[in-house]
Design a binder for this molecule. Structure first.
Ligand code: FAD
Length: 471
C-alpha cells in the first residue's frame, strides 16, 4: 500500500495533540509532518512561555491530552524536579498550578513517547508554511511537502495594535507584542506603565512585571474595566444543570437561566463557578443550538461578561493582582484610548473613562494586551491569507476563525467542504463554540485524528489532484 501523508501546519498544542493521537493509533505507511517554526513542538503561544510567573489557569488535574487520561498531567508533574523546585505552584487547597511551560514539556514528552513506539513516521519541519499549491504545502524557504490531507492548526496571532497607536508602532514606549521573549525587559524599575486590555494577558504582564521587580505605578484599562475572576479554591462536587427542561433558544434566555442557577446555587451556599463550569462543559452543544443571530447577540452583548467569568486566573496570579491593587500600585480603569502622542521617550495618552471626562495619562511604557487578534487571522498569516484570497477557505460568519463543517473540514467561498483540508483547535470555534480551554481543544484534536485515521482505514490511496479547486 502506498504511503499516506498528513501535513499539520502549526505545532502548538492543537497540532501536537493531533500528531500524538495519529502516532498512537496510526498504522505503518502513515507519514505525519508538522510544519512549525518554533524549535520545540507542543509549545505554541500558550505553553511556549519561559516566564515562571505565567501559570496555567486551572489546576493541573484539569489539563490532559485526552479525557481518558484525566489527572495524568498532575501525576506526571508531581514527579518532576520542577514540582520540587517551584513551591509556589502548590496552593493551600493541595491543588497545583504549574508554570505554563511545564505543560509544554509534558506534551512534548508524550509526543516523544508516542513516536518511539509508533510505526507512523513523524517529521518536524522548522519553518513557517506560506502557501498551498495543489496538494503541496510550501514553506518559507521553498521546501515542498506533498499531502493527502492538510490540517491547519494555527490559532493565536499576536494582539492587533489599536488604531490610536498605529502611528506609534515603532516608538520605544510601545510594547505591541507582550508574548515576545523578553518583551518586558525594556520596562525600567520605576517606569509608569499603562496596559491596554484587562484580561488574561494583562494578568500575565502584571505577574511578570512583579517578578521582574518593577516598582512603578501600573494603570490597566479596558472598556469595561473587568478583571478575570479567580479560580475556585477547595473541592466541590460538580453541579450539573438540568438540560432536560425546556432550553432557552436566545442569548438573553440563557443569561436569565444562568442568573437563576447562580442564585439557586448561592441559596445552597455553592459558588457561581460551579454553574459556569457546567455551562462550559456543555458549551459546544448549547452554542450549536443557538441561531447565527443569537450567536452574534451573545458575542456583542454577553461575551465580555462570559469571558471574565469563564477565563479565570491562577490563584497565585490573582494574589499578585490583589496585593498590587491594595497597595495602590495597580489601578484598574474602565476607559478607552482616545489618542496617544509621543513626548520624547514617553507617551501622553488620552483616555475616555466610562461615563466621565477625558483624562490624560503620562506613561513610560504602554503594553498592548488586547489578546490574540483572531478577527484578522486570515490576513496576518501568510498561508491563511493565500488560501482566503483564492477563496479556498473563508472566515466563519462570526470572524472567530476559519469556517468549517461538522467534520472540521474547511469550507470554500461557495460553502463546499474540502475533505483534504481540515482545521484543528480554537480556529474552528465559530462552528463548535467552546473550543479554547485545554479539555475541549484536546478532545477536538482526538476527534480529528480519529476521522483522519478512519478515512485512511476505509479508502484506497488516491492522490489529490493538483487543481487548486481541491486545495
Ligand atoms: C496566552 C495563553 C494562555 C493560555 N492558558 C491556558 C491555560 O492555562 N489553560 C487552558 O486550559 N487553556 C489555556 N489557553 C488556551 C489554550 O490552551 C490554547 O487555546 C491552545 O493552546 C491552542 O493552541 P494552538 O496550537 O491551537 O494554537 P497556538 O498556540 O497559536 O499555536 C499555533 C502554532 O502554529 C504556528 N504557526 C502559525 N502560523 C504558522 C504557519 N503559517 N506555518 C507553520 N506554523 C505556523 C505557531 O508558531 C504556533 O506555534 C491559553 C491560551 C493563550 C493564548
Amino acid at each position: 500500500m502506498a504511503d499516506r501523508r498528513i501535513v499539520i501546519v502549526g505545532g502548538g498544542f492543537s497540532g501536537t495533540a493531533l500528531a500524538v493521537h495519529l502516532l498512537r493509533n496510526g498504522a505503518s505507511g502513515l507519514k505525519v509532518t508538522v510544519i512549525e517554526p518554533r524549535e520545540q513542538l507542543a509549545r505554541g503561544v500558550a505553553y511556549g512561555t519561559q516566564d515562571p510567573a505565567h501559570r496555567i489557569n486551572v489546576p493541573a488535574e484539569r489539563m490532559q491530552l485526552s479525557a481518558a487520561e484525566e489527572g495524568d498531567f498532575d501525576r506526571w508533574y508531581r514527579t518532576t524536579e520542577a514540582f520540587n523546585e517551584d513551591t509556589a505552584a502548590r496552593w493551600h487547597d493541595g491543588k497545583v498550578y504549574p508554570q505554563r511551560g511545564q505543560f509544554g514539556v509534558y506534551i512534548a514528552e508524550q509526543l516523544s513517547r508516542a513516536a518511539a513506539s509508533s510505526p507512523v513516521e513523524l517529521t518536524h519541519v522548522r519553518e513557517p508554511a506560506v502557501a498551498l499549491e495543489g496538494d503541496t504545502v510550501i514553506t518559507a524557504s521553498g521546501q515542498r511537502y506533498q499531502a493527502d490531507e492538510v490540517v491547519l492548526a494555527i490559532s493565536h496571532p499576536p494582539p492587533a495594535l489599536p488604531g490610536a497607536l498605529e502611528a506609534l508602532k515603532d516608538h520605544p514606549a510601545v510594547i505591541a507584542n507582550p508574548w515576545e521573549v523578553d518583551a518586558l525587559d525594556r520596562v525600567a524599575e520605576q517606569d509608569r506603565v499603562a496596559i491596554i486590555g484587562s484580561g488574561l494577558t494583562m494578568s500575565d504582564v502584571v505577574a511578570s512585571l512583579n517578578r521582574l521587580g518593577h516598582q512603578g505605578p501600573v494603570v490597566a484599562f479596558s472598556r469595561r474595566g473587568q478583571l478575570p475572576r479567580p479560580n475556585l479554591g477547595g473541592s466541590f462536587e460538580p453541579r450539573p444543570l438540568n438540560y432536560q427542561q425546556q432550553q432557552a433558544s436566545t442569548a438573553r434566555g440563557w443569561l436569565r437561566r444562568v442568573r437563576q442557577e447562580v442564585a439557586q446555587a448561592a441559596e445552597q451556599n455553592l459558588p457561581w463557578q460551579l454553574v459556569l463550569d457546567d455551562i462550559r462543559l456543555h458549551g459546544q452543544q448549547l452554542w450549536q443550538q443557538l441561531s447565527l443571530n443569537e450567536q452574534r447577540r451573545f458575542l456583542r452583548h454577553l461575551r465580555p461578561w462570559w469571558d471574565v467569568h469563564r477565563y479565570r486566573i491562577a490563584p497565585q496570579v490573582s494574589a499578585v493582582i490583589e496585593q498590587l491593587h491594595s497597595e495602590g500600585r495597580l489601578q484598574l480603569q474602565a476607559a478607552r484610548l482616545l489618542s496617544a502622542k509621543a513626548e520624547g521617550n514617553a507617551l501622553r495618552l488620552t483616555l475616555q473613562p466610562r461615563g466621565g471626562e477625558p483624562k490624560i495619562l503620562l506613561v513610560d511604557k504602554l503594553v498592548v494586551t488586547t489578546g490574540p487578534a483572531h478577527g484578522t487571522l486570515l490576513k496576518t498569516d501568510a498561508l491563511l491569507n493565500q488560501l482566503a484570497t483564492q477563496g479556498l477557505i473563508q472566515a466563519d460568519p462570526l470572524a472567530l476563525g476559519i469556517a468549517v463543517n461538522a467534520d472540521s473540514q474547511t469550507l470554500n467561498l461557495d460553502n463546499e467542504a474540502n475533505p483534504h483540508l481540515y482545521v484543528v483547535g480554537p480556529s474552528a470555534r465559530g462552528r463548535f463554540g467552546e473550543l479554547m480551554g485545554l479539555p475541549q481543544v484536546a478532545e477536538h484534536a482526538e476527534t480529528v485524528a480519529r476521522q483522519l485515521l478512519d478515512i485512511h482505514a476505509s479508502q484506497p490511496v488516491e492522490r489529490c489532484p493538483t487543481s487548486p479547486k481541491i486545495f
